[in-house]
Write a protein that binds this ligand. Sequence first.
Ligand SMILES: [Mg+2]
Length: 241
Amino acid sequence: MSKLPKAMLIDLDDTILAYDKLSRPIWLSVCQNHAEELPNVTPEQLVEAIDEYRKWYWSDPTRHRRARLNLGNVRGDVVEGGFERLGIKAAELALKMGNEYAKRREQAVAPFPGAIDALVALKDLGMRMAMVTNGSSETQRAKINRWDLEQYFDFILVEGEFGKGKPEPDVYRHAMKTLDSQPSNTWMVGDNLEWEVAAPQRMGITGVWHDWRGRGLPKGASIKPDRIITSLQELLQLPLE
Ligand SMILES: [Mg+2]
């Protein structure tokens, strides 16, 4: 653990690209834009209700998978769910607000400061790298292309293209086969403790947790990452094997 491995598998959302931290401020701004159409609630109350519903919505693995592979009306549904909690019936407005949110969020997604520099430096070191990302081909490739990320990777595995997603072992097996690496000399770097730390660890892969919030492990967490980083640049503080 004191040296860099031969190969690295790296997650996209909330590891290379800042994603989740944008959601609440954008929801608040969307709710503020439509405050006049919703005179009986404050934008803050609405964001709270949307947030609660959103957490419930994404907490179920099956629903999560279905939704991430076809985002379609998910955002509109989430607004409608928030509305329902507040006794508001306005399906059309919910759809409009959901679309507004989706558009603004896609525009706002950007790499974490220093993330691209870290990828460049890892590549310069001769690291074999694969991006392993869940979601549909359309949404993930749009982000990859927009930030021209393909150039840093030997291989990119997108759930919607491969037919399986993290945490399924086949995903990790396939990525390692493509990089010609073994679990013992491969690291998986990602922000999802279950998918990107515990699941790869069960296969003998080193699990590196990207703690982008910098808050440390959640209280009572049973998952023990082999290494915790708050930025990809921290990976470069180790010598090569
Ligand atoms: Mg992620």
